[in-house]
Design a protein around this ligand. Structure first.
Ligand SMILES: NC(=O)c1ccc[n+]([C@@H]2O[C@H](COP(=O)([O-])OP(=O)(O)OC[C@H]3O[C@@H](n4cnc5c(N)ncnc54)[C@H](OP(=O)(O)O)[C@@H]3O)[C@@H](O)[C@H]2O)c1
Length: 278
């Protein structure tokens, strides 16, 4: 990873933090995208301790807010001369339905729209830096996800796990279309499941779901183990040309039937595109 620049969201905690630190240890220059100044500065300081030679950087923005997402994406695209890897990883689950300032359901905005918008903003620099890679953190929760285009943001009947599962299904569908669109550009796009990992995930979800995740964490793997597939997809020569696949434990695995539905994938892309152009 010497001489390579990696942009990562969710690098201030959990698997994203471990991935950023390990990739920095392998020689990469890391660009964090974070919402919290204190957590961001702490993560950046650790990167500077691990690999003082590289000019690691940070951009601040709340990834659930469209204006901040777009601003951060444009700032990175304008400032960075090359982007070798984009890791879309920030994500969360919410016990209650919440709506952002853009009038978007918070899970959908944080977990799906942030991947879509940041990738869109960094698409040209990624193509210009090719061969390059996009790595999207999804989840096996996507196997439980459904798509209902008339109620995509759970305007009614919101439940936290179904909303989360749908957003993670969106990650796999998004990656599928992205890989096809980028074919021939030298930019690959893959998604992954990290495993059930003991991180801060769920701690701030609220309600019964947070308590349940908290209890189940005794069965969870370490963030170091959970980050392995992200690091593999971001750095391994084995997958330099692999694109459009879903990985678990550093191996491609078959995603849900619905996640392989090209019509649903295209429809989600168009829905998202239309939503963002309003
Ligand atoms: N843990 C698991 O078992 C598991 C399983 C499958 C998939 N995943 C996926 O793995 C990814 C990483 O989760 P994790 O387990 O490492 O959880 P985590 O420890 O809670 O980390 C989540 C990261 O996302 C960032 N983030 C969340 N909302 C954000 C926002 N609005 N703007 C900017 N940054 C935001 C957090 O920033 P702060 O530091 O500011 O909070 C943090 O860096 C998620 O996409 C999750 O869906 C996790």
């Amino acid at each position: 990873m010497q001489g390579k620049t990696v942009v990562i969201t969710g690098g201030t905690s959990g698997i994203g933090q471990v991935a950023a630190e390990k990739l920095a240890g392998m020689g990469a220059r890391i660009i964090l995208v974070a919402r919290s100044q204190s957590r961001g500065q702490a993560a950046l300081s650790r990167l500077r301790e691990i690999a003082p030679g590289a000019k690691h950087g940070i951009y601040y923005g709340d990834l659930s807010r469209l204006a901040e997402l777009r601003r951060v994406g444009k700032e990175i695209a304008a400032a960075e001369t090359r982007i070798d890897v984009l890791i879309n990883n920030a994500g969360a689950m919410f016990g209650q339905r919440q709506v952002t300032d853009d009038n978007l359901e918070l899970t959908f905005a944080t977990n799906h729209l942030s991947y879509f918008v940041l990738t869109h903003e960094l698409r040209e620099p990624l193509i210009a830096s090719s061969p390059s890679r996009i790595v999207n953190t999804s989840s096996h929760a996507h196997y439980r996800g459904t798509i209902d285009f008339d109620n995509l943001q759970y305007q009614h009947d919101y439940k936290s796990f179904p909303a989360y599962s749908r957003s993670k299904l969106c990650n796999v569908l998004f990656t599928r279309v992205l890989a096809r669109q980028l074919a021939g550009t030298g930019v690959t796009a893959n998604s992954l499941h990290p495993g059930f990992v003991k991180t801060r995930f769920g701690d701030e979800s609220g309600g019964g779901m947070a308590r349940m995740i908290g209890l189940m964490k005794i069965f969870a793997i370490s963030p170091e183990k959970g980050a392995e597939t992200i690091i593999y997809l971001a750095s391994s020569p084995d997958v330099a040309k692999t694109t459009g696949l879903y990985f678990y434990k550093c191996k491609p695995v078959e995603p849900a039937k619905l996640a392989q539905d090209d019509a649903a994938a295209e429809r989600l892309w168009d829905y998202t595109d239309r939503l963002l152009s309003h």
